[in-house]
Design a binder for this molecule. Structure first.
Ligand SMILES: Cc1ncc(COP(=O)(O)O)c(C=O)c1O
Length: 182
């Protein structure tokens, strides 16, 4: 089979300046990182509290590697849940005053896992029109009908909720933090 269509997709992305060149970091993660041998400021990681390079956490990670190895060698649901995962989740649940916590490797995987667990066929999802791609994809994995409401607009949401079937199970979903540029 010809793969010309893939070449075309890549060249279209390049033409639209949408082609993602993934950067390679050659240093420890911090406010400054090295890319192509050059020190640059890093504004695009999630290392808000500087934990990626915290000496206490590094020492704990090294101790954990000595005891458990470099990874559980299976996904959590098969044979990859260690006592370390449980300890972390119990601590987080106490911190959040929640019944229980489950951790995921990324925000994307959390939304892909959690949304389809909450709703399914015959249910309704009300989703902010500017929700993150992971929420949009999580909604697509359900068989629920997705109704988009206007961005940060509770009046539009309310109108759409009022119009919806009273019987259907409903999930309203929005990002936790939105920048309202108005
Ligand atoms: C609001 C929101 N949800 C989900 C994600 C996805 O998180 P991750 O990059 O950990 O997959 C992001 C990432 O920036 C985000 O900003």
């Amino acid at each position: 089979m010809s793969t010309d269509y893939l070449e075309k997709q890549v060249s279209d992305l390049k033409d639209q300046h949408l082609f993602n060149n993934i950067l390679t970091i050659e240093s420890a993660i911090g406010p400054e990182i090295v890319i192509n041998g050059k020190k640059v400021l890093n504004f695009c990681s999630n290392n808000y509290l500087g934990l990626a390079n915290n000496p206490k956490l590094k020492a704990a990670a090294i101790a954990a590697i000595k005891k458990y190895g470099i990874g559980p060698a299976a996904v959590r649901t098969i044979a990859g849940t260690t006592s370390l995962h449980k300890k972390l989740e119990e601590k987080l649940a106490r911190f959040k005053k929640a019944e229980a916590v489950i951790t995921f490797q990324s925000g994307f995987s959390a939304n892909l896992a959690v949304i389809p667990a909450l709703v399914g066929e015959g249910d309704l999802i009300f989703s902010d029109e500017l929700n993150h791609a992971s929420i949009i994809d999580g909604c697509k994995l359900t068989k629920a009908e997705v109704i988009r409401y206007a961005h940060i607009n509770p009046k539009d949401l309310e109108a759409k909720l009022n119009k919806a079937s009273k019987k259907a199970k409903k999930l309203v979903i929005t990002d936790g933090v939105f920048f309202d540029g108005r």
